[in-house]
Design a protein around this ligand. Structure first.
Ligand SMILES: CCCCCCCC/C=C\CCCCCCCCC/C=C/C(=O)SCCNC(=O)CCNC(=O)[C@H](O)C(C)(C)COP(=O)(O)OP(=O)(O)OC[C@H]1O[C@@H](n2cnc3c(N)ncnc32)[C@H](O)[C@@H]1OP(=O)(O)O
Ligand SMILES: Cc1cc2nc3c(=O)[nH]c(=O)nc-3n(C[C@H](O)[C@H](O)[C@H](O)COP(=O)(O)OP(=O)(O)OC[C@H]3O[C@@H](n4cnc5c(N)ncnc54)[C@H](O)[C@@H]3O)c2cc1C
Length: 674
């Protein structure tokens, strides 16, 4: 029997789940949103942006040709950008729209099943102008960019190099005669490759190139470069630009290539906040830290933690709601087929996804606040906290994107065959999130950056020197005894820190051994990189666990008792899950016994059962409107089979009773006339 909820016909199993939920869903929504005020503001923004129906497509994106898909994405980007400039900026309290509202960013997802071709404009072009320009440059470029009179992207990666920025080949050679830079692509591998929106959409871009002046190379620097005519959009002479072709995802982002043939730009188009070239060609370094030109990447790494938390919340909403309506198998012959959500293995797949979405959401807010503090210090000329922040943002970007991609795929597994349908929404989420593991710094490469910091911190701890906050636990690494296992939340977090410290110690010991045996420092490091990556991962897991726990305790201080309980259950589940995933490491670096681990497994399984009745309530608390989910399986009303059939009937393949392929190929073959 179907039931109605807010004038909506709701699947009875979902209605039953909602009746069973024993906590106040709205209170948890407030926790996830960062407070009641944020929830109210988000809802207002969503109402304005989505109630008009402008986000909807007449024909599903998946049935369009690549060209139609792209044009449709541009059409909707223009609609959304206009809304952002007008109604939404005002609602979100921004003077102008831009990068500073995650809600505006998240609401955009209702318009795009893949991504907007404007993503790089708002996500990297505008932030680079904000972070890398002098005040004069900013006052010229920023209003034009924010008003979208010009559209830009960030072209750093080349065919030959993405990770190794110092290896980029594009050159920008200063000509004092004309006071211009000459941009040139000397080789095929120097062609810019990948920048989003570059293929067809943008008329400007940030180009990262090796700067030459007075015959000397000063390394990579950012330049703002016009590539298309502002009126006709035709590529300018000296520019070779195009789209790079179909990809696993991001197919509405027109990622592009770009080459320069001795292309001239004014001297003032070098972004000069951190370094300058004077009219006569003299190079002047302004910044106190050599890596400040990497600032936009650091910003995006911070933002990505929030991005993937949101996408994981979507995938877990889809999979949990679907698991509540799906019934399969008959373990007890006299009873009806159970909801698949009742299988403990299903709970094991899904509840960690819910807990991880919470953990990453709270860590992302904490990371953003730390970033703001680092930026404020740097404004005052102090860059002391940058190395720790680079190490922290690198590992959090790596682990959050990798865990989210893995868990989104796990949500797909949890949805069986229907999860493989594009209309389930999960394949697009996976394709988007799996790219985040690679772009803006590959997983391994970023963890090795964190490992550099960890090794240095370990050496400081060894020398009894002071440590920065996120690695202060290393001070206990020299006690000589294994960390004492204790299965309380704080005890488990201490154990995670002991794993990170233990793994770092092993790396340092092995590197020293290898160097004593004659290897150079570089080779000893290289031979230890598998373990260094593992040490950085362990460090990151300790940071996430600690932050998640502390933030939940803080945020639920005034919550109702049942909300406190369910939030505590989720954080505990997160800690148990990762302890059980790392039993070998715990046995190596803590006093945990086999019995402790058997007991922990049982406690974990009991926790799954405790969370089970609240599972639908927990994903409802993410409060994701159907427009954002784009899912036949995950909509609020649970009309799964009806929606699957409605979508199937929309397939252009079903337009004609007999396919042309019959008369062209099948019939001739079957009649032996091919
Ligand atoms: C209308 C439409 C609506 C749409 C709505 C949209 C709204 C949008 C708003 C917001 C959206 C937000 C979402 C954004 C998504 C954007 C999509 C992005 C798509 C992808 C873009 C890209 O990928 S851009 C290219 C990114 N590239 C990389 O990340 C390259 C990775 N490589 C590196 O970072 C470096 O090369 C590496 C760090 C690996 C090494 O650098 P190197 O110079 O070789 O340095 P090294 O010698 O190893 O180290 C020296 C020293 O410096 C330290 N260090 C390195 N980096 C940094 C740093 N960044 N900061 C501080 N310190 C750094 C390093 O650790 C060393 O230290 P020591 O050990 O010597 O002390
Ligand atoms: C969807 C998408 C959008 C993108 N958008 C943009 C954009 O808008 N602008 C832009 O400039 N770029 C963009 N990029 C490019 C992206 O930043 C790079 O692809 C990314 O930084 C990885 O670099 P790479 O491709 O050179 O990989 P590689 O460095 O070639 O990596 C290949 C393998 O080598 C390993 N490896 C490399 N170096 C090391 C090392 N030192 N130690 C150990 N292992 C190593 C990696 O771990 C990886 O396994 C985008 C990429 C994607 C996929």
């Amino acid at each position: 029997m179907t039931q109605t909820n807010n004038n909506m016909t709701v699947n009875p199993d979902l209605a039953m789940e909602r009746a069973k939920c024993n906590f106040n869903v709205l209170e948890v929504t407030h926790i996830f949103d960062g407070g009641e005020r944020n929830t109210l503001q988000r809802k207002k923004i969503e109402d304005v942006a989505l109630n008009s129906g402008a986000s909807k497509d007449a024909l599903g994106e998946e049935h369009m040709s690549p060209k139609e898909k792209y044009e449709n994405a541009v059409r909707k980007s223009c609609i959304y950008a206009t809304m952002m400039k007008n109604e939404l900026a005002e609602l979100s309290g921004l003077e102008s729209f831009g990068v500073s509202s995650p809600v505006i960013r998240r609401t955009a997802d209702a318009f795009f099943k893949e991504v907007s071709p404007f993503l790089l404009h708002l996500g990297m072009f505008v932030p680079t102008i904000m972070g890398q320009c002098t005040p004069e440059q900013q006052s010229y470029w920023l209003p034009r960019a924010l008003d979208m009179q010009i559209i830009g992207t960030y072209a750093q990666t080349e065919l030959g190099h993405g990770t190794f920025i110092r290896g980029l080949e594009t050159t920008a050679t200063y000509d004092p005669e004309t006071e211009e830079f000459v941009l040139h692509s000397p080789t095929l591998s120097s062609y810019k490759w990948w920048a989003g929106g570059l293929g067809k959409t943008v008329n400007y871009c940030i180009v990262v190139a090796q700067l030459y002046t007075k015959g000397e190379c000063h390394g990579t620097h950012p330049f703002i470069v016009q590539i298309r005519d502002e009126d006709t959009h035709v590529p300018l002479p000296g520019i070779k630009v195009g789209e790079i072709g179909p990809k696993m995802g991001f197919n509405t982002a027109d990622n592009g290539f770009l080459g320069f043939d001795h292309y001239r730009i004014p001297r003032e188009h070098m972004l000069m906040k951190n370094a300058q070239v004077l009219k006569d060609g003299t190079y002047v370094k302004v910044a106190r830290h050599g890596k400040l030109t990497y600032g936009t990447m650091v910003f995006v790494r911070v933002v990505l933690v929030n991005e993937v938390a949101f996408n994981l919340a979507k995938a877990s909403t889809i999979a949990v709601r679907y698991s509540a309506i799906r019934r399969q198998s008959k373990p007890k012959p006299d009873e009806v087929e159970p909801q698949i959500l009742d299988y403990v293995t299903q709970q094991h797949k899904l509840f960690i996804a819910i807990a991880t979405a919470h953990a990453l959401q709270l860590c992302s807010t904490w990371l953003w606040e730390s970033f703001s503090a680092v930026l404020a210090q740097m404004k005052g000329g102090n860059t002391d906290t940058l190395p720790e922040f680079h190490a922290l943002s690198s590992c959090l970007k790596a682990i959050s994107t990798s865990d989210s991609a893995h868990l989104i795929e796990q949500c797909r597994h949890a949805c069986g065959g229907h999860g493989y349908m594009i209309s389930s929404g999960i394949p697009n989420l996976y394709n988007f999130v799996s790219a985040t593991r690679t772009y803006e710094g590959d997983y391994t490469v970023l963890l090795l950056q964190t490992a550099r910091f960890l090794v240095k911190a370990y050496e400081q701890a060894e020398a009894k020197k002071p440590l920065t906050p996120t690695v202060s636990y290393l001070a206990h690494a020299f006690s000589g005894s294994r960390a004492t296992w204790d299965n309380s939340p704080d005890g488990i977090i201490r154990s995670f820190q002991a794993l990170a410290a233990g793994k770092t110690a092993v790396c340092v010991t092995n590197m020293r051994k290898r160097m004593r045996a004659g290897l150079s420092q570089v080779d000893a490091w290289e031979m230890s990189t598998i373990q260094l990556v593992a040490a950085a991962e362990a460090h990151c897991r300790a940071v996430i666990a600690d932050t998640y726990r502390k933030e939940i305790v803080r945020l639920t201080a005034n919550s109702s008792p049942n909300v406190k309980v369910v939030m505590d259950q989720l954080t505990t589940l997160y800690l148990y899950y990762w302890a059980l995933e790392r039993t070998g490491d715990l046995l190596m670096f803590t006093s945990v016994s086999q019995k402790d681990l058997v007991d922990l497994q049982i406690a974990y399984e009991e926790l799954l059962l405790k969370i089970r009745p609240n599972a639908v309530g927990l994903v409802d608390a993410f409060d994701l409107r159907d427009e954002l989910l784009h899912s036949t399986l995950g909509s609020y009303d649970g009309r799964v089979y009806e929606r699957l059939m409605e979508e199937a009937l929309k397939s252009p393949m079903n337009k004609e009773p007999v396919s042309d392929a019959y008369s062209k190929y099948l019939r001739p073959m079957m009649k032996g006339k091919l």
